[in-house]
Write a new protein. Structure first.
Length: 324
């Protein structure tokens, strides 16, 4: 990507910027009245349940400061859980507890918390510390994801997730985000997670980046990225494609995880997905979006997935490095 040094070269690679994304795609294909369906994670979860799309089980919600003192009762009997703001963004405010030992709550990093710490975190969520625009929020407690162990060597402490950009119901580009020590166990590229571009046809790794620099292995585990392959890839793409009918949004980012028992699960949706996925894939979105705009309406999710897998296949850049 180092040779992409001028606007002309970026355009030649089909890279789209924020202005084009906002005006040409989000502004045209996303009705603003539908934004609450994805900006509020609780609404997204309830909507997914109605459409039969699997999401992490909801333990409960805390909506008032009075309810904060009852969080211990809500979490009793759960040996692992996730607490997140309903209207948070960028992974802010997400607290993952991997296990409970006596009266201590253990994070993936090994850090220990007491119930008072959990209560303080929930209180901060309710006050809007992590929400979009600082508005009062709701805290969600979800069951911990038992992520597929075949991916454990590719991530550090946190659960890796898969972002798929869906345009008019077609999965057009995908990447996996691998947590690192630098990202504090969170799958956030801006905090130092590794982004791995994925071949839409097969779900295999084609390219890796961290802090906008090419990577061929995980910085903490040392495991190479060329062999990364997403289990049950066709099901995951079908799940992503179905979010078009579920939300009515024409341009969105779907974030999914792989549970070892339930397979692909929808984590959350984004009506304004970021553009770093182009860096992870070493390719711009424009050619794919232009092609999808030429397709007729009314195709089934299965037909849209088949089209995407046929037309957006890519050969891995990582294979060449592994063979060298």
């Amino acid at each position: 990507m180092r040779e992409w040094t001028t606007p002309g070269k970026l355009r030649a690679k089909g890279i789209i910027g924020m202005n084009r994304r906002n005006i040409r795609y989000i502004g045209r294909y996303n009705n603003r009245r539908l934004y609450p369906l994805v900006d509020d994670k609780l609404q997204t979860k309830l909507l997914a349940e109605r459409f039969g799309i699997t999401t992490p089980a909801l333990i409960g919600t805390v909506t008032t400061q009075f309810g904060v003192k009852h969080i211990g009762e809500l979490l009793a009997g759960h040996n692992g859980f996730v607490i997140k703001p309903a209207k948070g963004s960028g992974g802010k405010g997400i607290l993952v507890i991997e296990r409970v030992e006596g009266d201590e709550f253990i994070k993936p990093s090994g850090a220990r918390m007491r119930l008072a710490d959990i209560e303080r975190h929930v209180s901060n969520i309710l006050s809007g510390l992590y929400s979009l625009g600082g508005a009062p929020d709701v805290a969600l407690a979800e069951a911990l994801i038992n992520f597929d162990e075949s991916l454990s060597e590719y991530t550090y402490e946190g659960v890796p997730d898969i972002r798929v950009i869906v345009f008019r119901g077609y999965p057009v580009m995908a990447m996996m985000r691998l947590s690192t020590a630098a990202s504090d166990g969170k799958a956030n590229l801006h905090q130092g997670a590794v982004g791995v571009g994925l071949d839409i046809a097969t779900g295999t790794a084609i390219r890796g980046v961290q802090f906008d620099r090419t990577r061929h292995d995980h910085p903490d585990t040392g495991h190479e990225l060329a062999s990364l392959a997403i289990p049950d890839w066709p099901t995951l793409l079908l799940l992503a494609a179905g979010c078009y009918e579920m939300t009515g949004l024409g341009y969105l980012g779907t974030d999914m995880v792989l549970d070892r028992d339930q397979g692909p699960m929808l984590l959350e949706l984004n009506a304004r997905p970021g553009l770093a996925i182009q860096m992870a894939n070493g390719e711009g979105l424009r050619r794919r979006l232009d092609l999808v705009e030429k397709q007729p309406e009314g195709l089934s999710p299965e037909a849209r997935v088949a089209f995407a897998r046929e037309h957006f296949a890519r050969r891995s850049e990582l294979e060449a490095v592994a063979e060298a």
